[in-house]
Design a protein. Structure first.
Length: 240
């Protein structure tokens, strides 16, 4: 029985460590922070590529990843979670290794951060995770980069129905009261995010609504309206 409990505990621990984050913010070695939800709110899909600095396949594919990211940057954001795969000592100084990759492969269009907690590690490297701007889910989790590329492009909502949402859903901010007028004829999801991607408030807008924001701190927030096919996000200054 003791051995069985130990095995179950080990299995549970492994499952916990394998949970890829659905939300949150990440900071690169230049202190630039990006949030998953706030980025998806722009309508762009996200590809987070887990790369091991000691992974030969990752090294061989590094230049082409930048090429693809540059060609499709208007619709997809490419991020790289950089860590080690085989030898932990190869990542003894995370930022030195990370900046070396960015410089060596001219990753000017790839947001690269050290994955010190190995949140994106998997049984194989490289690994690609595609985040959908439609429902904030991970739409693809696998090793085929071409599948990741095509999935991200298909899910990107940049330019798709955004104008309709802007025309049909309007809002007025009065201090910390948000007045929303929805004439779209369907339910619209309302999400309010901080600039680092933290979800502050959410709800559903059917026609006209008054949303109390008095519990939120003053400052810049992202107000997002979402349907099953489109996303419209606007940055506003929340004041007392």
């Amino acid at each position: 029985m003791k051995n069985l409990l130990s095995l179950l505990a080990l299995t549970f621990s492994i499952n916990l460590s394998a949970q890829v984050p659905l939300t949150g913010s990440f900071t690169d070695c230049n202190n630039i922070t990006k949030g998953i939800q706030s980025t998806l709110g722009t309508g762009k899909a996200i590809i987070i590529a887990h790369k091991g600095v000691d992974c030969s396949i990752c090294i061989s594919q590094a230049p082409s990843l930048q090429t693809w990211a540059a060609q499709n940057r208007n619709k997809v954001e490419v991020w790289t979670a950089l860590t080690w795969k085989y030898n932990p000592m190869t990542f003894s100084n995370a930022c030195n290794s990370t900046n070396a990759w960015v410089t060596r492969y001219a990753w000017n269009d790839i947001f690269t951060f050290p994955d010190n907690q190995r949140q994106f590690i998997s049984s194989s490297t490289p690994r690609y995770y595609v985040y959908s701007p439609v429902d904030s889910s991970i739409a693809y989790n696998g090793t085929n980069r071409n599948t990741a590329y095509s999935t991200a492009l298909q899910l990107s909502t940049v330019g798709i129905e955004d104008n309709l949402l802007k025309q049909k859903v309007s809002f007025l901010l009065r201090g910390k009261e948000l007045l929303v007028d929805n004439s779209l004829g369907q339910m619209v999801e309302l999400n309010i995010y901080s600039t680092n991607g933290s979800l502050l408030k959410k709800g559903i807008v059917i026609s006209q609504s008054s949303v109390d924001l008095s519990n939120l701190n003053t400052g810049v927030v992202l107000i997002q309206f979402r349907t099953s096919t489109s996303v419209y996000t606007q940055k506003v200054l929340l004041q007392d």
